[in-house]
Design a protein around this ligand. Structure first.
Ligand SMILES: Cc1ncc(COP(=O)(O)O)c(C=O)c1O
Length: 404
């Protein structure tokens, strides 16, 4: 048979969270090995479950979920998401500015595909949630990474952002709270990013899927609530706050200055029409879930499951010689630093693979999150405390002798 090759558009597209390390872990599991999987932010896979009312509302309305809905989503679902966006302080929006998606992922891809032409650039954080880079590169445009600074709690490096803007830059993405670092941005930081966007005519994409997953005392601010003279698209969803990744339920809100964006928004609507509609049962779940958007809050209180998992993981990592980590302020990920010099690590994927094969713990290498150096990995703090502690203790053991 003639060789069938993938499209050239896939040249710079990858998704490490489900990549070769995971395939290797699955092979070990097939051989009967008990692998501790710390690679994916999928709460239900770790025994989390949404409230009964959400499941019940969806089940009760299944009979009425057989037809396509409007391609932007059911009016009732859009009203529910609109009320949430307004509760975050986003002004001057109606249900027509709100779109329901099969997860935030679908809406991110749609917004990038509707925007980017060959050679166009978008600023994306490094490290990032790699869907952003993959989706941007898949359009034929280019993800350009700006550095987030570990020494200042993983805040975006504003000078680096400025230095990377060209006449092809169309937009900037912020992920707040951040996957993979757990960083949370202050109002001042958001205003500074908005100022850069204003001066260079950039769209701002705000990925806020973790905005309800906050450590005690933390407050999330939506950038869209602070500005009305920029085009801002805010993405959110229920995968993490309600532990229903599998339902595929998200939304986005287009706010701010839409005066010059009619053609872009029309393009978004064309792409959304082509996917026909978001799945309807999950929209019924969304309507119910957004009656209690902060369902996940108790998990993040002292004594709550996710809080304890984050604190224990950070403490255990910080007790390992040659390792350090900033404790997450939001979301449930952390991005620990390994002293690459001390362990002579030049290839972080090899490091993760060696750790997996020897100690049966799966983490994703930092370069998979578009971090340039081989000195980080991401840990997901969703397994029970005992599992996380065990995994990090195995890491300590492993590093006692590991050298590349
Ligand atoms: C930052 C970020 N954005 C978006 C998504 C995708 O969310 P959804 O399940 O709504 O597609 C994830 C999933 O891990 C994420 O971490």
């Amino acid at each position: 048979m003639k060789e069938i090759r993938r499209s050239a558009r896939l040249a710079n597209v990858s998704y490490a969270v489900r990549g070769p390390l995971v395939a290797a872990a699955d092979e070990l599991i097939a051989q009967g090995v008990d692998v501790l999987k710390l690679n994916i932010g999928n709460p239900a896979a770790f025994g989390y479950s949404t409230s009964h009312s959400v499941i019940e509302a969806m089940s009760r309305r299944l009979d009425g979920a057989q037809a396509y809905s409007h391609s932007r989503g059911l009016p009732e679902a859009r009203e529910a998401a609109l009320a949430y966006c307004r509760s975050k302080g986003i002004k001057d929006i109606t249900a027509n500015d709100v779109y329901i998606g099969n997860g935030a992922s679908e809406l991110i891809a749609v917004c990038l595909n509707a925007l980017m032409a060959d050679g166009d650039e978008i600023l994306i954080p490094s490290p990032d949630y790699p869907l952003w880079t993959a989706s941007a590169n898949f359009t034929g445009g280019k993800a350009v990474h700006y550095r987030c600074d570990e020494s200042s709690d993983w805040m975006p490096d504003l000078a680096d952002i400025e230095s990377k803007i060209t006449d092809r830059t169309r937009a900037i993405t912020i992920i707040n709270p951040n996957n993979p670092t757990g960083a949370l941005y202050s109002e001042d930081m958001l205003l500074r990013i908005a100022d850069i966007a204003r001066r260079h005519g950039l769209i701002v994409f705000c990925d806020e899927i973790y905005d309800r997953l906050l450590m005690p005392g933390e407050k999330h601010t939506s950038l869209a609530s602070l500005v009305d003279d920029l085009l801002v698209i805010t993405f959110n969803g229920l995968s993490k706050s309600h532990q229903i990744c599998g339902f595929r339920s998200g939304w986005m809100c287009i706010s701010g200055d839409r005066s010059g964006a009619a053609d872009y928004i029309a393009g978004i609507n064309v792409l959304l029409s082509m996917r026909l509609c978001p799945n309807v049962p999950a929209q019924f779940a969304l309507i119910e879930a957004l009656k209690d958007p902060f369902e996940c809050k108790p998990q993040f209180m002292p004594g709550g499951r996710t809080y304890e998992q984050i604190v224990t993981t950070a403490e255990t990592i910080n007790s390992i010689p040659g390792m350090s980590v900033k404790q997450a302020r939001g979301a449930f990920y952390m991005f620990p630093r390994i002293d690459a010099k001390r362990f002579n690590i030049t290839d972080d994927n090899k490091f993760c693979m060696d750790f997996l094969k020897e100690k049966h713990v799966l983490v994703v290498a930092g370069t998979g999150f578009n971090w340039p150096d081989p000195d980080h990995f991401r840990v997901v703090c969703l397994p029970e405390v005992s599992v996380l502690k065990e995994a990090m203790e195995r890491l300590g053991d492993f590093l006692q002798t590991y050298r590349q």
